[in-house]
Write a protein that binds this ligand. Structure first.
Ligand code: FDA
Length: 396
């Protein structure tokens, strides 16, 4: 006979990321025998690289309207039962120094590794077993789950899928949760890259790459959704917080409105320049309103080479319109390789919002990014991982 080892647990969690570890520590501390499996050789890789290495672990302004989902109300219950203050209490219990950066975003003063170590410590307190470098070969259900890995046959009453979304395959992201959902007849909302840079179309690529590295505050809008944050020109298109935020809402074929002077009436400003600074040229005038490199590209394109006093009304109006209402038509996104998150995923209409369990197979749970709940940029995605993990961990 083969040397396969057999073991039984109350719950098996697949995925040792943010949501999986939170599920496991919560259930473990309630006395459940929990096993966490991950195919990576270390847990929480995304936690380690998050927030530029300082982990933006929550957002003080967390509320359901900061999340995208086909069911806007789904996240409400879990978010109400595990709040940013609850996670902060854990952070403080572990004496991890933190600060608010901006817009309610909380970061570690030190390193993201402190958050991972805190979660692993709490898993330890709950006697959670974590096995890394484990490849799951097969999952079957017959009153209980049987999980076959390369080396073990594992059985458990409950199974939690915490394998995240498709973003950043090189960190170990897979579509495993989506595959298991299909296997057990749980519907999916088509996934797409979210919080991702947008690529310029061929025409814009003639002039935009020269601006790579230029950043400025803008207002971006897609339909009724708008964000006011910084935008960054890249050698492929646009990025920066404003663009990442709006990218989660963008669909192929749509254009995005960009206001390059969000605090100004561009027409009035240019008209005042025409009378007050009639000998100045466009670049000098625009450079007072935006980064000089951008002014150098936009000035001649929008206002020609003549001094302000000679700008005709029609040109001035068209320039103001472009500055306030630039219709940027991306050719696409930079894809899962660069996306911070995956939108879509396991359809929430097939899950209990209280427990994250499948409504047709209540011993099967989905948590974190695998579920069709995607937060804005700024700590919301981790808060969803903590809240959904806590909801499942409390129910297991
Ligand atoms: P997560 O992806 O964290 O974990 C899934 C786990 O499952 C991984 O350990 C993976 O190895 C494992 N796995 C996958 N397939 C498997 C398989 N077939 N078998 C076994 N194991 C498998 N959010 C935020 O709120 N603040 C921030 O600062 C940042 N910063 C940030 C930076 C970057 C570069 C990225 C890419 C993302 C962020 N995010 C973020 C988003 C955040 O990291 C993300 O939403 C959460 O990590 C999702 O947590 P999950 O536990 O659901 O998945």
């Amino acid at each position: 006979m083969s040397g396969r080892r057999q073991e039984t647990f109350d719950a098996i969690v697949i995925g040792a990321g943010a949501a999986g570890l939170m599920t496991a520590l919560t259930a473990g501390q309630r006395g459940r025998r929990v096993l966490v499996l991950d195919h990576n050789d270390e847990p929480g890789r995304k936690i380690l690289i998050s927030g530029g290495g300082r982990c933006n672990f929550t957002n003080l302004h967390t509320m359901p309207d900061r999340f995208l989902s086909q069911n806007r109300h789904f996240a409400r219950s879990a978010l109400a039962r595990y709040k940013p203050a609850d996670f902060l209490a854990l952070v403080e219990k572990h004496r991890i120094a933190w600060h608010e950066k901006t817009l309610g975003q909380l970061f570690c003063d030190g390193s993201a590794r402190q958050i991972l170590e805190m979660l692993l410590d709490e898993c330890d307190n709950g006697d959670v077993t974590i096995r890394l470098s484990e490849t799951v070969r097969d999952v079957q259900f017959s009153g209980h789950f049987t999980v076959e890995t390369d080396t073990h046959t594992l059985t458990a009453r409950s199974l939690v899928l915490a394998t995240g979304g498709l973003s950043i395959p090189k960190l170990g992201a897979t579509g495993f949760a989506h595959r298991l959902a299909r296997q057990f007849g749980v519907p999916l909302v088509p996934p797409a890259p979210g919080l991702v840079p947008l690529q310029a179309n061929i025409e814009d690529l003639e002039w935009m790459p020269a601006l790579s590295g230029v950043s400025l505050p803008v207002r971006v809008q897609n339909g009724r959704t708008a964000f006011e944050e910084a935008m960054l020109f890249t050698h492929k298109g646009l990025s920066g917080p404003a663009i990442l935020q709006i990218s989660s809402f963008w669909k192929p074929g749509q254009s995005i409105r960009i206001d390059l002077l969000p605090d100004k009436d561009a027409f009035e400003t240019l008209r005042d320049a025409r009378t007050g600074r009639s000998r100045a040229h466009a670049v000098a005038i625009l450079a007072e309103l935006m980064p000089r490199r951008l002014a150098e590209v936009l000035g001649p394109r929008l206002l020609g080479g003549k001094a302000a006093g000679e700008w005709p009304d029609k040109m001035l109006r068209a320039a103001a319109e472009t500055l306030k209402n630039w219709q940027f038509s991306p050719s696409g996104t930079e894809g899962y390789a660069k996306a911070e998150v995956t939108t879509g995923g396991v359809d929430t209409k097939a899950l209990s919002s209280r427990t994250m369990a499948s409504t047709t197979l209540p011993q099967l749970y989905f948590v974190g990014e695998a579920v069709d709940v995607t937060g804005w940029l700024g700590g919301y995605n981790f808060q969803w991982a903590w809240a959904s993990g806590h909801a499942a961990g409390t129910a297991l």
